[in-house]
Design a protein. Structure first.
Lengths: 483, 218
């Protein structure tokens, strides 16, 4: 019980403290400290749930089962490593005169608040609060996307706000419809939106209303997942915001949004007993993979390219959850983990590379391996990992998704393979030319923190070679819950 | 039809009228006044529903709506346009008669969309769901056809009003904790947008969104 209070309380408190002290020299360290404490609390919560099974807390307000606890652990971990990376990165930006102390204060405070909203979205048992937390996650990051105040970044933030705002309004309508259906079975009042109660009576919920609700929920939360054709905000927000933000947006927020979709899908599947929700998710997922792969090959900005790669991978996960069944869901969960770790590691290296060369344009970044072998090789390995090269973990999850697709949905396999091939060719050539060749990079005033990059990549490698049995059991348990 | 149901239908009709008035409005200040009126009518509607059905939590929700949507948000918007020194009229991308015609088509679509849900609802207010969806779609249309930042935001807030109305007409409102959360989000969102308007103007020297054409896929 108390662990939940700590997991949510620490980032909330941290956000408040940093709202006052966030511009001081020690603020970045404080940010790391709060994130570390959140991570420790998250780890304790995970241990407890693994040991004792699912738990309901505080008047059924919060619900933790093996599905969301693994996302809580992942979110707390990646937000901690990103805070580590962010410290020298933001100090360099400050040193280059791109950010003032006031902006740093805003950044640090909002960083903690953003982590809080994501953890709240994951832990809450109330589908309405889930919506509130998702909307709050948008609000906390809008001003971070426009942190540099350049016309392009302000435009990106405006697009982000309006598109995600309108998108998430659809999800609110979906939630209203869900409540409407639930109220008939559970009676009016607070309990009718609690996921555990809904899950218990999902077979009795009115199918027509629930299918309508799911369409709105999928479109709404799907906007935040970055599903094509609702993805327009995503590359801009990733490219124009500060890099630690890109890392947590790609690595964490997209996962949390997909979590909301999957939670809704469980209810709708139970009410309908058909493949309606699955087919919708497979369709959106497949479209995202294909469109993102082709857009990806045309990008010039390195962060935009990896943002499209995130859309592609989120599409792949949505497709996997759509297919359903124990193996595909297992693969989807594994892919969530490895994509989150790999993509944030890539953004860490890309961030420092862009700082060293003073540009995000890929044709002007050259020879990273020469000046700073750790950044260069970090990017090379990260690139290999995200492309699904064995022995990295992304290979394992993509292999599982593809083989399941061959068995269950053979028509989709060639499309998926084609898209993955296009993405491979594009990213591989670009990364290679950035890592090798003559160099243009300069030394940075604050040495970059590259330990997180290699910790993430080592974990991804480990998951590719050997998934510890308790972790596998845990994924299987979660997959069973989702069905 | 009982008297309260007639009153509720009257309120719904007023809301639809206001939605159309907003769509046709050229002056930014009048747009803000209309938005405030929309909030007031929403609150009145909640009071009538609460009174006729005995749902006491709707009184609180009505109070919240009145404070937030009829007073605080319009006040913030009003202050903003004074601080930003905005005097211009609202420019639209499509001319207003065409927009109104599209709006009428949207209303017809909304009633069709609401039909399956309406048939299942047992609430006294069920007939008004079509209007609620129409409000959402008309606000959406307003956001699409306006080119300046402030009217787009008013469209966005009006859309939230439409959703609130939908919640009242299908289920007598969401649980209180959720409603409080939504209100908090709306308020924080408005404050952030207030800061954001200044950033937009600083970056583009105007609040005209036609300058925002840098980020494009070629």
């Amino acid at each position: 019980m108390n662990e939940i209070a700590f997991v949510l309380g620490i980032p909330l408190f941290g956000g408040l403290v940093l709202a006052f002290r966030g511009g001081r020299p020690g603020a970045a360290m404080l940010n790391v400290l709060f994130s570390l404490l959140t991570f420790i609390a998250g780890a304790l919560l995970t241990l407890r749930v693994v040991g004792e099974g699912a738990l309901l807390a505080y008047n059924e307000m919060f619900f933790v089962d093996s599905f969301n606890v693994f996302l809580v652990a992942l979110t707390a971990f990646v937000s901690f490593t990103t805070a580590l990376f962010s410290r020298p990165y933001m100090m360099n930006e400050h040193h280059h005169g791109k950010l003032s102390a006031r902006m740093l204060r805003l950044y640090h405070s909002m960083y903690q608040m953003f982590i809080f909203t994501m953890l709240l979205a994951l832990l809450t048992n109330n589908m309405g609060i889930l919506w509130v937390a998702m909307e709050a996650a948008t609000l906390t990051t809008v001003l971070l996307v426009s942190l540099y105040r350049t016309p392009a970044s302000v435009e990106a933030a405006w697009k982000y706000f309006i598109l995600c705002g309108v998108g998430i309004a659809q999800a609110l309508f979906g939630t209203i419809l869900l409540y409407f259906a639930a109220e008939k079975v559970l009676g009016a009042g607070g309990t009718a939106l609690l996921w555990t109660h809904l899950n218990a009576v999902k077979g009795e919920l009115e199918p027509t209303v629930l299918s309508l609700a799911f369409v709105f929920l999928l479109v709404g939360y799907g906007t935040k997942v970055g599903l094509v054709p609702l993805h327009n905000w995503l590359p801009d927000a990733h490219a124009e915001g500060p890099t630690p933000m890109s890392a947590v947006l790609s690595g964490l927020l997209l996962n949390v949004a997909l979590y909301a979709v999957v939670r809704s899908k469980v209810l709708v599947d139970g009410a309908l007993g058909t493949r309606f929700a699955s087919d919708l998710m497979m369709g959106f997922g497949l479209l995202s993979v294909v469109v993102a792969a082709f857009f990806l090959s045309r990008q010039k900005d390195v962060k935009r390219m990896f943002a499209y790669s995130s859309i592609e991978h989120m599409g792949l996960m949505t497709f996997a959850f759509g297919m359903g069944g124990p193996v595909a869901t297992f693969a989807g969960l594994l892919h969530m983990t490895v994509h989150s770790l790999t993509k944030s590691a890539i953004f860490f290296t890309v961030g420092h590379a862009a700082q060293k060369t003073g540009t995000q344009m890929m044709d002007q970044i050259r020879g990273l391996a020469d000046t700073n072998p750790t950044i260069g090789w970090g990017l090379m390995l990260g690139g290999m990992a995200i492309l699904g090269m064995p022995p990295f973990g992304v290979f394992a999850s993509e292999f599982l998704i593809l083989t399941t697709a061959m068995r269950d949905q053979p028509w989709a396999t060639p499309i998926l393979l084609l898209a993955l091939g296009v993405a491979f060719a594009a990213i591989f050539t670009r990364v290679q030319s950035m890592v090798f060749g003559e160099t243009t990079a300069q030394r940075l005033p604050h040495p970059p923190a590259l330990i997180p990059v290699f910790v993430h990549l080592a974990l991804v490698l480990l998951l590719g070679l050997y998934i510890p049995p308790y972790l596998a059991a845990w994924y299987r348990q979660a997959a069973q819950l989702i069905g | 039809m009982p008297f309260s149901a007639q009153l509720i239908n009257l309120m719904a009709a007023l809301l639809l009228l206001i939605a159309f008035a907003m769509l046709s409005q050229r002056r930014i200040l009048s747009l803000i006044y209309l938005f405030a009126w929309q909030g007031a009518v929403l609150a009145a509607n909640s009071v009538i529903v609460a009174w006729s059905t005995g749902q006491t939590h709707l009184y609180y929700s009505a109070l919240l709506t009145l404070a937030l949507k009829a007073i605080i948000l319009p006040w913030i918007l009003h202050r903003l346009i004074i601080r930003l020194n905005i005097k211009w009229d609202v420019e639209t991308l499509i001319n207003i008669p065409t927009t109104m015609l599209v709006g009428i088509a949207l209303v017809v679509i909304s009633f069709n969309l609401a039909l399956p849900v309406t048939q299942l609802a047992g609430t006294i207010t069920r007939g008004t769901l079509g209007i609620a969806i129409a409000m959402v779609l008309l606000s959406f249309l307003m956001m699409i056809t306006r080119r300046k930042a402030v009217p787009q935001v008013i469209g966005f807030l009006a859309m939230e009003n439409g959703l609130f109305f939908a919640a009242t007409s299908t289920t007598y409102g969401m649980p209180m904790v959720v409603e409080l959360g939504i209100a908090l989000d709306v308020l924080v969102g408005m404050l952030i947008l207030g800061i954001f308007f200044f950033q937009v103007r600083e970056a583009f020297d105007s609040l005209d969104l036609k300058h925002m054409e840098k980020l494009r896929e070629e």
